[in-house]
Design a protein around this ligand. Structure first.
Ligand SMILES: C[S@@+](CC[C@H](N)C(=O)[O-])C[C@H]1O[C@@H](n2cnc3c(N)ncnc32)[C@H](O)[C@@H]1O
Length: 290
């Protein structure tokens, strides 16, 4: 799989490349090593075909924000686990485990979860990085891999508490995934993440208004079907986000434009997310049930 047909290259391949395109923003120089030559080629075709040269910057900014926010939340010492849903070929959990579990008497359990075929391929590619001495075999051995189709788990209604039995106070990362899930599944997923006395969730989403706000987004959404094996299935309304916010003691709803502008200024770089017609106006939600 993931080898010959252009459409078989999943979004995970392209995202792995884009994550490491601006390492100063993402803090991630590793994920690109998990992208195949075909995956990188396809990412470049995507940029041209959908006239979206800023997509790499968007993914790097998102990855950097996820890393920074996750670090901040996990550093409180309140959480026992961090579960990356739809982890693809992202090395986020590895970067976190290396940093946070180094001298930690109560190590955090890190879990990567994705479709069975992606997890299998992920394991193969991660093993190659160990052989090439780019990463530590020990850190990798502390990260659990879970093969799961979230849509199917939703239909059979198996609870997350049963899937992740040892995780009592989890932080869920849902990066680059939610729009590929059906609305029913997304609703179920949110219920699952809030069934704990203490839990947190971070996810990026496409707001309903995105299509009217951005020409680039409008054109891409119209033309994207068939380019990747995944199809876009869900958008979020302001009301749905507001309703979700009530389930958390602390909730943040941030615009990628503001995150990019702030990060760029910190790095003495020029902000590029100025005209919303040139990027996807993605938003990121952070909820903590402290
Ligand atoms: C755009 S990639 C993002 C990967 C990673 N989170 C990142 O940011 O680099 C989306 C990922 O979601 C996974 N995915 C899509 N549908 C899924 C499902 N029903 N169950 C589990 N994973 C799914 C894909 O296989 C893919 O790895």
């Amino acid at each position: 799989m993931l080898k010959n047909k252009e459409t078989d290259i999943s979004s995970a391949e392209m995202t792995a490349y884009w994550r490491s395109l601006y390492p100063l923003l993402s803090g991630d120089t590793l994920s690109i090593n998990l992208a195949s030559v075909e995956g990188i080629q396809k990412a470049k075709i995507f940029e041209e075909k959908f006239k979206y040269p800023l997509v790499g910057r968007k993914v790097s900014v998102r990855a950097g924000f996820m890393l920074q926010k996750t670090m901040e939340i996990l550093s409180t010492g309140l959480y026992d686990s961090c579960i990356s849903l739809g982890s693809g070929f992202s090395m986020l959990t590895y970067i976190l485990a290396e940093e946070l579990n180094r001298n930690n008497d109560m190590p955090i359990q890190f879990i990567d979860l994705d479709l069975p075929e992606i997890i299998e391929e992920r394991k193969r590619r991660v093993s190659r990085l160990i052989v090439d001495k780019k990463i530590s075999a020990y850190v990798v051995s502390t990260i659990q891999n879970v093969e799961m189709d979230i849509e199917r788990t939703h239909i059979t209604d198996i609870s997350f508490k049963d899937v992740f039995r040892r995780c009592k106070r989890p932080l869920f990362i849902v990066e680059g995934l939610i729009y590929f899930l059906t609305e029913d599944c997304v609703e179920w997923l949110m219920q699952q993440t809030t069934r704990y006395d203490l839990s947190a969730v971070i996810f990026d989403y496409w707001p309903e208004t995105g299509v009217s706000e951005s020409l680039c987004f409008r054109n891409a959404i119209r033309a994207m079907a068939g380019f990747m094996p995944e199809n876009v299935k869900s958008f979020w309304s302001d009301e749905a986000i507001e309703k979700l916010s009530y389930l958390f003691k602390r909730a943040e709803n941030l615009k990628i434009k503001n995150i990019e502008n702030e990060m760029s200024e910190k790095n003495l770089d020029t902000p590029r997310f100025i005209d919303s017609n040139t990027f996807f106006p993605v938003q990121i939600f952070v909820g903590q049930r402290l």
